[in-house]
Design a protein around this ligand. Structure first.
Ligand code: 5U1
Length: 324
């Protein structure tokens, strides 16, 4: 009997291998394959798909190039609203934030916070059903956003399929789409050389790139996505962790990218240390940030604290002074 794989079998093998390399590169920050080998596998995959178009699947890495042009963006109602954040501008605001939480929960113990950079991009919600990316939407007004699925599918570090088999059957992941500073500079050089108007900053460039009706244009733009929370969760196969920080870590195990600067801190004083540390790092990061976000790490405490208007009582954005 021959050991040769059928085109369908080889294609499945290539999709799995390339998806794993993408995970190692974008999420685990541990590139495991030389570019030349990656390109060779990608070429082989494209050759099989060209020879057997019926075998082309929507989760193939080849589908990152962008599909058909849209005539308009459809409106999508978020099943779980996308919230915004209250701001803190100084140490006093942070101390008052912690005090409000302790008073409301009637506790004196130190609160554990998840500490995250506040990426200066566009908030996006991505829905996975049975591990497959089925929909992505902008935040819009928090209740209704725009369907930008075709564009989000082209973002290099957004997995089209989740890893493993422990993810809930419906899982919504929220985060920020950004353009790196180096990608922004290159894009603007290309804009200028084509006689086009340059973008004002990476945030505007990311926003403009996501609002393209032709996903092939989005695919050519250097966008990245970083997760910061969960939205809708249905039919968990295993209970979700009881802390926000562990839930984020779980997202990365399912293949979703996280920013590297995530930490936890005890109390407002450690939060302020994190604020100053990330402030020092700010100019060296590959993307723009406009502050840091602190979230009560314990999910039960988050639930007990609830919301005021559209902002949770359990989170705050500590903004950096505006930069040129
Ligand atoms: N890092 C981070 N950015 N950010 C923005 N976390 C985070 N959380 C947000 C927003 C609007 O909203 C929470 C209420 C989920």
């Amino acid at each position: 009997m021959s050991n040769a794989l059928s085109p369908a079998q080889r294609l499945t093998q290539l999709i799995n291998t390339i998806s794993e390399y993408n995970y190692q590169y974008y999420v685990a920050d541990n590139p495991t394959v030389p570019d030349a080998e990656y390109d060779r596998l990608m070429r082989e995959l494209l050759e099989i798909e060209t020879a057997h178009p019926d075998l082309r699947s929507p989760d193939s890495p080849s589908q990152k190039v962008g599909g058909a042009t849209l005539s308009a963006f459809e409106q999508i109602e978020h099943e779980v609203p996308m919230l915004s954040l209250d701001n803190a501008f100084d140490e006093g605001d942070m101390v008052a934030f912690e005090k409000r939480i302790k008073d409301r929960l009637n506790i004196t113990d130190e609160i554990s916070f998840s500490c995250e950079p506040k990426l200066d991009g566009l908030a996006v919600s991505i829905l996975y059903e049975n591990g497959k990316l089925v929909r992505a939407a902008t935040r819009g007004d928090g209740r209704v956003g725009e369907n930008i699925t075709s564009n989000v599918r082209t973002i290099a570090n957004v997995p089209l399929s989740l890893r493993g088999d422990t993810y809930p059957s419906r899982l919504e992941v929220r985060g920020e789409v950004i353009m790196t500073r180096s990608g922004f500079i290159k894009l603007n050089e290309a804009q200028i050389s084509k006689g086009k108007k340059p973008f004002v900053n990476p945030r505007n460039a990311a926003a403009g790139s996501l609002r393209q009706l032709d996903p092939r244009i989005t695919a050519a733009r250097p966008l990245l996505f970083y997760s910061y929370s969960l939205g809708l969760v249905e039919n968990e196969k295993q209970p979700l962790d009881i802390t926000h920080s562990a839930r984020l870590k779980q997202l990365s195990e399912w293949g979703l990218p996280l920013s590297k600067e995530l930490e936890t801190a005890q109390g407002a004083s450690e939060c302020l240390t994190y604020f100053h540390k990330v402030g020092e790092l700010r100019s060296q990061l590959s993307y723009d940030i406009d502050g840091v976000v602190f979230k009560v790490d314990n999910i039960e405490m988050q639930q007990a604290l609830g919301f005021v208007a559209r902002a949770p009582r359990w989170a705050i954005a500590h903004k950096f002074p505006a930069q040129e």
